[in-house]
Design a protein around this ligand. Sequence first.
Ligand code: CTP
Length: 387
Amino acid sequence: MAHVIVGVTGGVAAYKSGEIVRAFVKAGDDVTPILTRGAERFLGTRTLEALARRAAPDDLYPHLADADLLLIAPLSANTLAKLATGIADNILTQLALAFPAPIVVAPAMNTRMWEHAATQHNIELLRQRGVRVVGPAFGELAEGEVGTGRMSEPTEIVEACRAILNQTGGGELVGRSVLVTAGGTREALDPVRYLGNRSSGRMGFAVAAEAARRGGSVTVIAANVALAPPPGVEVINVVSAAELADETLARDDADLVVMAAAVADYRPSAPEKSKKKKDEGNWTVAFERTQDVLLELGRRQRPGQILVGFAADEGEQGLAAAREKRQRKNVNVIVFNDVSRTDVGFEVDDNEVVLIGPDGETRVDKRSKEECAVAILDNVIPLLASA
Ligand code: CTP
């Protein structure tokens, strides 16, 4: 159980704060609501107090000492500016300035206010100070406009808070660094064309989200992934296999590395410098090998580190090749994916895998990629504990 202070500032999205408070209370957390005067124009203090099952405090200081997290949702442009400059002119901004534990904010405002250089500067300042920013999302805004500025969904905000609370509280991966690669790399043929693959990044993002939920400090190297970043996870975007190799190997000291990305094995040896014009003849392209990142990680593996690779192959023969790959690449666990099936794997919601580990094999029957991520981490975390 955590003690969360939920600050609410003025804005139409304030009505969603009730849902946020309710989610925390439902999970057994202790919630102290604080509304600014602006928020009270949109939401009654009484309503939030009733949902939190406790009164908004008159005296803040006892709460400072024992709160685990301060969430401000929605965060208005005005309060954001105050936080950025350290103005403490109301109970919420005073609390934020003196707050000793993590702070999460969920901005919500008109698109033009959000995009204004002043606001962008302010949010960047907060990020640099370690404040976790969730959203805002793209969508329809109160004034009927469409753009970025909507407060993120309550579930996403609560998840981001949960990931941080797990990092500082319980969770099996607390104090562990987790590096996940996701998506599929693209190799340039010329400045506009590339050679890619069908990986969506969903499996890798699911592993990252689950690792964050369990308290890990998670970084994802995302190759061309068009999905929303998992809550509480740092995402580094890359395009090519070479970029993925650089970013991944720069973090080769992570406690747990999960290589879920589909990394190109070959790239055009000499991509055209400008867009290739068509002519009568065929286009023959020569390819060269890319670096095998997992193999390199296996070479560098340090004591106590756990490496997980994926193998996409077909049928029983593929499974045998995956077993061999585990040995050859010196990794602890290989997640085998049968790509001859169309109902699991690439571009679909479900997956069915075989986990090949040091102590035998575990078949994970067809289920969602999110549930597969749970099974993968259930399988791998005991290895980490005993490594
Ligand atoms: N991988 C990598 N660097 C590459 C290629 C792959 O790190 N250049 C990683 C993938 O992220 C994955 C595993 O290695 O974890 C897959 O191994 P790979 O040898 O590419 O196997 P498959 O693609 O399954 O099959 P094949 O051996 O036929 O290429």
